[in-house]
Ligand binder design. Structure first.
Ligand code: UTP
Length: 283
């Protein structure tokens, strides 16, 4: 079983791009056909043998907690009507009591800040971070591929993909070390910059929402938070903490096998829905 035992799920963002849907409902509960985005990443983490799942939540996120708990009235109602396949559907993603922990971010101060909120659970062990709005259809799952690479050759691993140059300002962009071929599965990097302009971007290799990280990244985040070192967008950035560790720790942009959809954007969400509808034979 994997040596990565803890996964962090930052779900404290405001979901501005999905207003008004996300006014009272977390964007992580938006469904791809019938399954909330958050359930896909939880299952992806469990498939790697991860035992502790930490959700970093914010206001209006109670639906996520409720989704991972029993709903006794509903289950009793379904049982009384002998709708056992639905009983199975509302129970099978629950996991063991105590497996999922919740902490509140209290202020949406950026992805790095959200990950830092999980520091007391992560402690001194390597950990994974999964962003539910990056929907990835892959078999094995994207995180499982990264954990396998990590176990063969430890370091910090960031899922990555090539993007068009006019889109680099939406991502953390990696700077490959000299001599690294962009086609390699694990590309060792020497720099990382959050949301650069197309002119300043060191490559088109964009970081997306799966990470396997050494605990020193958490120490770096603590430094950023205590020094109020805000990066792009005035937020505490995870990429800044990872970038600060590059001189001390081999850091890799990892080309996963699979199809990724940006479900934080409307078009990505619609495309993911169309993709999964077709895959399930619904259209
Ligand atoms: P996004 O940049 O997509 O931000 O965050 P967002 O607020 O969720 O969405 P928009 O841009 O307002 O539409 C990327 C990930 O980081 C989490 C989000 O929940 C999302 O999974 N995040 C972001 C936090 O948990 N806390 C934050 O302060 C910021």
């Amino acid at each position: 079983m994997s040596i990565i035992k803890t996964a962090v799920f930052p779900v404290g963002g405001l979901g501005t791009r999905f207003l008004p849907a996300t006014k009272a409902m977390p964007k992580e509960m938006l469904p791809i056909v019938d399954t909330p985005l958050i359930q896909f990443v939880v299952e992806e983490a469990r498939a790697c043998g991860i035992e502790r799942l930490v959700f970093v939540t914010g206001r209006q996120k109670h639906a996520i907690e409720n989704h991972f708990d029993h709903m006794y009235e509903l289950e009793a109602n379904l049982q009384a009507k002998s709708k056992m396949e639905y009983v199975k559907l509302v129970r099978e993603h629950l996991g063991e009591p105590g497996e999922i922990l919740f902490t509140r971010q209290m202020s949406p101060s950026g992805l790095g800040h959200a990950v830092w909120c999980a520091r007391h659970v992560v402690q001194d062990s390597p950990f994974a971070v999964l962003l539910a709005d990056d929907f990835i259809d892959a078999e094995p799952g994207c995180l499982a591929q990264m954990v396998e690479a990590y176990e063969a050759n430890p370091g910090n691993y960031l899922a990555a993909m090539q993007v068009d140059r006019d889109k680099v300002d939406r991502y953390g962009i990696a700077e490959p070390q000299d001599g690294q071929s962009p086609g390699q599965q694990s590309v060792r990097i020497q720099g990382l910059v959050e949301k650069p302009s197309p002119e300043e971007a060191p490559s088109r290799l964009a970081v997306i929402g799966r990470y396997v990280l050494e605990p020193e990244v958490m120490t770096r985040l603590s430094q950023l938070v205590s020094n109020s070192q805000r990066g792009a967008g005035g937020e505490i950035q995870l990429t800044d903490a990872i970038a600060a560790e590059i001189p001390n720790c081999p850091t890799y942009a990892y080309h996963f096998d699979g199809q990724r959809f940006d479900c934080g954007s409307k078009i990505g969400f619609v495309q993911a829905t169309a993709h999964m509808s077709a895959k399930r034979g619904l259209v």
